[in-house]
Design a protein around this ligand. Sequence first.
Ligand SMILES: [Zn+2]
Length: 294
Amino acid sequence: MAFSFLDDPLDRAEHLRTDSAALARLWPEARVLVLDGAGNAWVDAEGLPPRLTGTAVGARPDTAVFLGLHAAQAWFALPAADAPAALAVGGVVDLRTAAATWPARESTAFAQARAVLYWRMRHRFCGACGGTLAWARAGWLGRCPQCGLEHYPRTDPAVIVAVTDGTRLLLGRQAAWPARRYSTLAGFVEPGETLEQTVVREVYEESAVRIRSCRYLASQPWPFPSSLMLGFIADAEPDTPKVNDELEDARWFDADEIGAALRGARPDDGLLLSPKLSISRWLIEQWHALHASA
Ligand SMILES: [Zn+2]
């Protein structure tokens, strides 16, 4: 795909999560990704993922999460607090940097590792009774020893939408973004809502533009920290955009402006779009491919 965190995924081999003997056999030769508390990954001197093995780490800590298999090799994620500090030789990189510089398999596994370790960091206690969770299923289950409740990793669904009135594309910008940067509108799904209802509600809330219909195109894991972006294209009324406090501006752009931005034709004074790692950029490209010659 033209965006990050989905190509060349590991085989999650869920059946192994309860097979502690198999995981113990796989650990010495396993590939271990180490992440710090901010969700950044240890790297080697070149900024690439170090080829750390289970043997280098030592005995497998209880906090190691089994990510899956590539061929016969197991991959694990490990919090830096439980890895020997002497192995940290190259510093760390964040996931966005890794998406641009690492091979797809490693950056996709990093995204998976970041999402599951973040969930565990923020769910150390039972939400029902406050008991300290005990990790099971190779890290994918938190069991409360007090009340028995089982806690599973959470993913927050969010829609991200290329909104068109037939000839133009609606983009918005947040005040904190670099100047002239615009992106597709996005928002979290609320409890009791369908994805289509979220598209209608979020676009109207953020821009006062009314959606007529929408269609799902593709999704992207977005572990910043725990989202799943669900990409839509939507037909809308040609309403004049009005923003509230979420966005600083929302505007319609024609195909020529979008095309120039995709080509990077006017980096100093033109429209700037999201970087290539995001599904936002890909949605804009899909829209432009349909409308460039119109
Ligand atoms: Zn409990």
